[in-house]
Unconditional design. Sequence first.
Length: 226
Amino acid sequence: MMDSGAPVITIDGPSGAGKGTVAQMAAARLGWHLLDSGSLYRLTALAAMRQGIAFDDEAGLARVALNLNVSFKPTNADEPARVLLKGEDVTAELRTEGCGNNASRIAALQPVRDALLQRQRDFQQLPGLVADGRDMGTVVFPNAGAKVFLTASAEVRAERRYRQLKDAGVSVNIGDVLEEIRARDDRDMNRSAAPLKPAEDAQVIDSSGLSIEEVLDRVMVAAGQA
Ligand code: DC
């Protein structure tokens, strides 16, 4: 595989473990690029819905993934970059539970994963890249210099998600959130295409009892960047 030689830190793990926040903070601290690979699966799901492509039309979905017209617009604050689909800001829509679940469904299809592979590898640019997702260390960047698998119990992840939704004014039942997290874990871990699992050379960090700063410190140590 040809790459730019830029160093890569991969952060994989189940939804709600805090990967996105930690990856963003690590990239900001190092001044490196950031790849939020989940957003590409979410965008593919959203674009497919808009184009009326059925979720069992593998070739159609792969075409959508290959032709995604996406750009990331950095924000000046500590906020995640805005995501633009054909120039339209779809950041809020991408974050919904519905979009996450649809992303998880289409992410189980190998042709969709293949279609997104090179686009993800293109993010490996100097001075370095922090990449978060499910298969960053196992499939997309197998030669990454540092690999982290960030996990937390399903209960802790459900509690965090519940609080986020409540703060955003969405009324939900914590039991339902926990059930959805379990269903998503199950689908992401048990699919045959690039299932969610730690790379053999990944360092596993359990974020259950840790603050986000404590997790970030551990990731930096694991990456040899402390
Ligand atoms: O990280 P996220 O919640 O935004 O990801 C949404 C879905 O996309 C997730 O349930 C599984 C899928 N995904 C994947 O299969 N591989 C990745 N590298 C990233 C996300």
